[in-house]
Write a protein that binds this ligand. Structure first.
Ligand code: F6P
Length: 370
C-alpha cells in the first residue's frame, strides 16, 4: 500500500488539449470545462498552442490553471490559438483525408511523450478530427470534441458554435429586414457553412427570409425572381434572400475566392454578390448584398452553446477516465454519448432535402430557388 507521502509525490496525471481549424464561439468554454473536470479528478491540463502545429518544434504549450478559468465561459475565440493549415492539414475540401507524413506523426508522438501526457483532447471539426484519427491510429490516445459553426459533422446532432453562428445570422436578417423594407429592395445575405446549408436554412427560417439558397438544392434564377414577383404582386416590395456560401446555380460551379492551395481548403464566397446582380438585372429592382463572413465566428457563445460546450468538455474528461480513446463526444438528445471519431469524419452531414427544415420552409412559402 502506498504511503500518503508516496501518494503526494507521485506525478499527477496530465492531459493535453488543443483547438484546431477555424475558431468559433465556445472554444474557451470547452477548455474551461475540461480543465475544471480534470482538476476535480486531481489531473492537470496542459494547453497546446496553435493547434497541432504547437506539437512540432518549437513545441508551444501553456499550463492551464484551474484557478485561472474565470471569464472563459463567455469569451470568444480560443486562448490556445488555432490553425487550419500547415504540415498536419489532413483535409483540404470535399475530398478524402490526406495521409499526414510519417515524420510529422512521429514528431507529434515524441512531443506527446516528452510532455508526459496521458491523453489529448482535440477540439475541432472535420479536418482537425481527421488528423486526430490518424494520430490515434498511430497509437496516440486522443478524444475528440465536435466543433464547427457549419454543423456538418456526422455522428452528433449538433456541433458547438453552430447555434451562436445562427444567432448572429438571424440578428443580421432582422436588421436587413428593416432596411430592405424602407428602400423596397432585395437584400441578399451571404452566410458561411462550406458545403452544407445548415446556417442558411436555420437562420433563414428564424429570420423570416423569403428565399433560402443552400448547397443541397441547386437554384434557378427564374424561380428566385418568381418569388420576388409574387411578393411584389401581394404588395410586399422587398425580399430577403439568404445565400449559403456553397449555394450554386443548377448546372453551375461553386463561387470561390481562390484556387485550391496545397495545405488549405478552397475558400468559398462571393455567391451573394452574383445572385444580387442577377436578380437586379432580371427584375429591375435594386438589390444589395451583405456578406456576414467571420462575424459569425466571432464573439461569445449563446446560452445553448455555453451549456453544450460545458457538457462536451466534462464528457471528454469522463471519456479519458474510461479509456475511450479514438472516440468523440457527441450530442444525442437528451444526453451526451461517445462515438468512434471515424463515424464523424467519414462524410459531411448536409441538410436533408426531404427533411423537416426544408419542408418547414416550403410550408411557409419560402422559396428554395428550385
Ligand atoms: O468551417 C468554418 C468556416 O467558417 C466556413 O464556414 C468557412 O467557409 C471557412 O471556415 C472560412 O475559413 P477561413 O477562416 O479560412 O476564412
Amino acid at each position: 500500500m502506498r504511503t500518503e507521502k508516496a501518494r503526494m509525490n507521485a506525478p499527477r496525471t496530465r492531459i493535453g488539449i488543443l483547438t484546431g481549424g477555424g475558431d468559433c464561439p465556445g472554444l474557451n468554454a470547452v477548455v474551461r470545462a475540461v480543465v475544471k473536470a480534470a482538476a476535480k479528478r486531481g489531473w492537470e491540463t496542459l494547453g497546446i498552442l496553435g493547434g497541432f502545429n504547437g506539437m512540432l518544434a518549437p513545441v508551444r504549450t501553456m499550463p492551464l490553471d484551474y484557478q485561472k478559468m474565470d471569464g472563459l465561459l463567455t469569451s470568444g475565440g480560443t486562448i490556445l490559438g488555432t490553425s487550419n493549415r500547415g504540415p498536419f492539414a489532413a483535409k483540404t475540401g470535399l475530398g478524402n483525408a490526406h495521409e499526414i507524413p510519417a515524420e510529422v506523426i512521429a514528431a507529434a508522438k515524441a512531443s506527446f511523450e516528452a510532455l508526459g501526457l496521458k491523453a489529448l483532447v482535440v477540439v475541432g471539426g472535420d479536418g482537425t478530427l481527421s488528423i486526430a484519427l490518424q494520430l490515434f491510429r498511430h497509437g496516440m490516445p486522443v478524444v475528440g470534441v465536435p466543433k464547427t459553426i457549419d454543423n456538418d459533422l456526422e455522428a452528433t446532432v449538433i456541433t458547438f458554435g453552430f447555434d451562436s453562428a445562427v444567432a448572429c445570422a438571424t440578428d443580421a436578417l432582422d436588421r436587413l429586414h428593416t432596411t430592405a423594407k424602407s428602400h423596397d429592395r432585395v437584400m441578399v445575405l451571404e452566410v458561411m457553412g462550406r458545403y452544407a446549408g445548415w446556417i442558411a436554412i436555420s437562420a433563414g427560417i428564424a429570420g423570416g427570409g423569403d428565399v433560402i439558397l443552400i448547397p443541397e438544392i441547386p437554384f434557378r434564377y427564374d424561380r428566385i425572381c418568381a418569388q420576388v414577383a409574387s411578393r411584389e404582386k401581394s404588395g410586399k416590395r422587398f425580399t430577403l434572400v439568404v445565400a449559403a456560401e456553397g449555394a450554386r446555380e443548377a448546372g453551375g460551379e461553386f463561387v470561390t475566392q481562390d484556387a485550391p492551395c496545397g495545405d488549405r481548403e478552397t475558400r468559398l464566397g462571393g455567391i451573394g454578390a452574383v445572385v444580387a446582380e442577377e436578380i437586379a438585372k432580371r427584375t429591375g429592382k435594386e438589390a444589395r448584398v451583405c456578406v456576414l463572413g467571420h462575424l459569425q465566428r466571432g464573439g461569445g457563445p449563446t446560452c445553448f452553446d455555453r451549456l453544450l460546450c460545458t457538457r462536451f468538455g466534462a464528457a471528454a474528461v469522463r471519456l479519458i477516465a474510461e479509456g475511450g480513446f479514438g472516440r468523440m463526444v457527441a450530442l444525442k438528445p437528451p444526453t451526451t454519448v461517445s462515438v468512434p471519431i471515424e463515424q464523424a469524419v467519414g462524410r459531411l452531414k448536409t441538410v436533408p432535402v426531404d427533411g423537416d427544415l426544408v419542408q418547414t420552409a416550403r410550408d411557409l412559402g419560402i422559396s428554395l430557388g428550385d
